[in-house]
Write a protein that binds this ligand. Structure first.
Ligand code: MN3
Length: 198
């Protein structure tokens, strides 16, 4: 998605809507992907409609260079471009084939940075619990290839800060409220069973 340009198209799920049960239910997947994610795609296309020059940029170009955006529509474009990018990453990195944890060099780097995969999961989950209101938690690489856990508010992306994301947990209430109600901790715990690192 990061290299895509206007007009943006909602990427279909790579697996059936019920494939992540019991961790994420089919109704939540329908609502989250077909309604919430699609709304960001539609609103981004609408916001970019008057700007022929911005239509030639990739989604990554837009998110890394907010200074290129017209003052009048900057907030709207960034918000919706962020929503498109964050959701494309989220749905790409959860899968019925997920849950095995990182391998290879990423695992080595996680162990070196956080002590162990279990300690990384604990710290990442604590960060995801600490998001106040709507937002996201990411594992990112910074410009020096160091791993960091990064929280964002609303639809801010790590790209705006020069980070390259590896995985993300969506902790907006719409991502879990139907099944988990107010118990965000159980949703976060269960997401580890479906997340995939590449
Ligand atoms: Mn969401």
């Amino acid at each position: 998605m990061i290299n895509k340009k206007y007009p943006y198209i909602l990427p279909p799920l790579a697996y059936p809507y019920e494939a992540l049960e019991p961790y994420i239910d089919a109704e939540t997947m329908h609502l989250h992907h077909d309604k919430h994610f699609k709304t960001y795609v539609d609103n981004l296309n609408h916001a970019l409609q008057p700007y022929a020059k911005l239509q030639t940029l990739t989604l990554g170009d837009i998110l890394r260079n907010p200074n290129l955006l017209p003052y009048k529509d900057k907030v709207t474009i960034m918000r919706n471009a962020g929503g498109v990018y964050n959701h494309s990453l989220f749905f790409d990195r959860i899968s019925p084939d997920g849950g095995d944890g990182p391998v290879g060099r990423l695992l080595t780097n996680i162990n070196a940075t956080f002590g162990s995969y279990e300690q990384f999961q604990k710290l990442f989950s604590e960060n995801a619990m600490s998001v106040f209101g709507s937002g996201w938690t990411f594992l990112v690489r910074d410009k020096h290839s160091n791993l960091k856990i990064f929280n964002s508010k609303n639809q801010q992306t790590p790209l705006e800060y020069g980070f390259e994301p590896i995985i993300t947990f969506d902790v907006w209430e719409h991502a879990y409220y139907l099944k988990y109600k107010n118990v965000r901790a159980d949703y976060i715990k269960n997401l580890w069973n479906v997340v995939k690192f590449a």
